[in-house]
Design a protein around this ligand. Sequence first.
Ligand SMILES: Cc1ncc(COP(=O)(O)O)c(C=O)c1O
Length: 424
Amino acid sequence: MKSLGSVVELVDAPHSKCGTFGYVGSSPTAPTLMNTYSRFDISFQRGKGCWLWDKTGKKYLDAVAGIATCSLGHSDKVLRRKLSDQLKKIQHISNLYKIEEQEHLSQWLTKNSCAESVFFCNSGAEANESAIKLIKKYGNSVNQGEESIILAAESSFHGRTLATLSATGQPKYQKGFEPMVKGFKFFKYNDIDSVKEIVEECENNSQKVSGVLIEPIQGEGGVIPGNKIFFQQLRAICDAYNALLIFDEVQSGVGRTGRMWGYENLEIEPDGFTLAKGLGGGHPIGALLVKEKANIFSPGDHASTFGGNPFACKAALTVLEEISKRNIINNVLLRGDQLSAGFEELSKKFPNIIRGKRGLGLIQGLVINEEYADAKKITLKAFEKGLLVVPAGGNVVRIVPPLVISRREVQILLDKLNSIFEEI
Ligand SMILES: Cc1ncc(COP(=O)(O)O)c(C=O)c1O
């Protein structure tokens, strides 16, 4: 998972220590786990709402939420009750049979978005892998002998499977795993000339752009919101070249930006989009949602054993229904404004440390001046203050709390950040 990948990068050496918080890394305390994560040496025992408690009983305000995942916070009462009931009823069957919970969830999703059909899987990478296969099938069916090309953005992040890694515009993640899957080309995010250049290059080389995979706001790349004009022009290019425009809404979807779907901020509709993270509120579920034009999979084209099982679907349906019932999107907008205003004040107070702020709703980032501080060090300092934040690309401290965070909790978060910057 990329997000934990950014945690991997927090260490220069597997056993490095910083303050009182070090990393387990390859330490003998966890010799049975593969060495894929250099974990922080903290183990959380329980959570409630936006708070987590570690083994020693120390309390942390969670502005990470399992990396933009625990939409309703920890141990939500309704989610707990609905999932307990579901466990008593049925947990897993197979996609060989009709699954009622899956149908209810797909009905909710299609009724409340631009899509009209859904494929369920288990994670963001798997959802994007499905999208890549879909674009490939689309390209192969409409192109006449030309090689199909998929466009993706520089500094994007789409997952850790080979195809999604190949679509990820950050070579550092691809290093050591070459050769990548063929057929991807990269343009500069929010730069339409860069897109046009590549489309023309393809035309001149008997290649055809079959689709574009893009985040409406780049998360891991450094919390970079999509530019409305750029996305509208991108939509027009995709229409002109009969290419599918698929949004990766794994991090931006399900209310995170202050709209149910990130594409609503851009005033265009994609031909399809992917979801995961916040959809299950902490339970693994991913989805590819498409409009009619892109509804081209036939039986046998794609599948997933666990994808859309009754338990996962119940979790997602509960999250979505609770977001609506409790008017949580409105909370995201209000708390997002509060956070943004607080960031503005912090930027004025610490102009040497903070270069700027970016983001929408409850996915926001502070851009840290690398000459003064390192987002990774700030993350460690935050532990001492009882605060969880997560770094993103470009030396950004990323804030992605549960969508239910309260006004008081946002104020506590800002106060904790303030005291960290004062100490720096
Ligand atoms: C935009 C985006 N796409 C895809 C992924 C991969 O999701 P997963 O870790 O669930 O495979 C992530 C994870 O950080 C993401 O932020």
